[in-house]
Design a protein around this ligand. Structure first.
Ligand SMILES: [Zn+2]
Ligand SMILES: [Zn+2]
Length: 315
């Protein structure tokens, strides 16, 4: 399945609207509309529509090549064209503006009237399902990595309590007083959690860090591998072997560095302080590999400088 881009979302909503169909973003694109930016790649597009619009939707989208792929009406139906999937959740609107969707196992789910809100895709206002309802819809089953990614984003940004099923060992450690740091890449596809202390951080001026960061130096800190956990985007992480036995992991989608690891030091990973959401308790304590520092950059702080690595090899 290929990727549904932001441009494609806007295009499809416009086509539906031109055919008189009001569709509300749900699922992953609904989450990103709430957040106002694309936090991860999307393989499909979920839309809430009126059950009475089903035949009109098929008519409007047929010229674009979409054909019926799955018919679970009155619950949902799926349209597909080469590599693109549209998942329609069909509801019957009640007098209050709530949308009632029958459930496959009997019973029904009601999107409350206040559950229909506006979000933004590429700065354009679009109808979407509210954060509270989105979180509600993510309960009652074993969450996937994508579910965890979406729910944690929503809870963090909209200040909602994290549901129990989405609390991790890391959250438990936070309650026990162990520090917990979350971080992620630029596109948001890769999210990680460090549930333990960072080791001694340093500014590394080696040429590899210059190339890998595109800047004068990198701010790195080691962390015990057992404290480091990917929350989402495992499939986006690629590792590049920058020197024999040393791997630099990065997000395939946006290029952000995620961690580095050495085969000879399996207990440790190194992360970049700039990928963390919040400030770590420890500040970098030295400049290392200044022997190869960028000639166009001057170090102006008073931290110790080492021509190569730290004397104990910590960074
Ligand atoms: Zn990324
Ligand atoms: Zn370096």
């Amino acid at each position: 399945m290929s990727r549904v881009t932001a441009e494609r979302v806007l295009e499809l909503l416009a086509v539906l609207r031109s055919g008189g169909v009001e569709a509300t973003l749900d699922g992953g694109w609904g989450v990103d509309a709430l957040l106002g930016h694309e936090t991860r790649p999307h393989e499909d597009l979920d839309l809430v529509v009126a059950l009475t619009d089903v035949s009109r939707i098929q008519e409007v989208l047929r010229p674009l090549g979409f054909v019926l792929h799955e018919d679970q009406l009155p619950v949902r139906f799926v349209l597909r064209r080469a590599g693109e999937q549209l998942d329609f959740h069909t509801v019957t609107f009640d007098s209050e503006g709530g949308g009632v969707q029958p459930q496959p196992g009997g019973g029904s789910f009601r999107y409350p009237p206040e559950g229909f809100v506006l979000g933004r895709v590429r700065g354009e206002s679009v109808p979407c399902i509210s954060a509270a309802v989105q979180v509600l819809c993510h309960l009652g089953y074993e969450p996937t990595g994508k579910d965890t990614h979406d729910v944690l984003w929503l809870c963090r940004v909209f200040d909602l309590p994290i549901p129990k099923a989405y609390l991790s060992d890391g959250d438990a450690s936070a309650r026990e007083g162990r520090p917990m740091l979350d971080g992620g890449c630029l596109c948001g596809g890769v999210r990680f959690r460090i549930s333990g202390k960072l080791g001694p951080a340093g500014y590394c001026h080696c040429k590899q860090c210059q190339r890998a960061s595109g800047s004068a130096f990198a701010a790195n800190a080691p962390v015990r591998s057992r404290y480091f956990r990917l929350l989402s985007g495992e499939d986006l992480v690629s590792e590049y072997e920058s020197s024999p036995g040393k791997f630099r992991a990065f997000c395939r989608c946006c290029g952000s560095p995620i961690y580095s690891r050495r085969e000879s030091e399996r207990a440790l990973r190194r992360i970049r302080l700039g990928t963390l959401d919040a400030a770590p308790a420890r500040r970098p304590l030295a400049h290392v590999w200044v022997g190869s520092s960028a000639p166009w950059h001057a170090i102006t702080d008073s931290l110790p400088q080492y021509a190569a690595g730290l004397p104990d090899g910590a960074t």
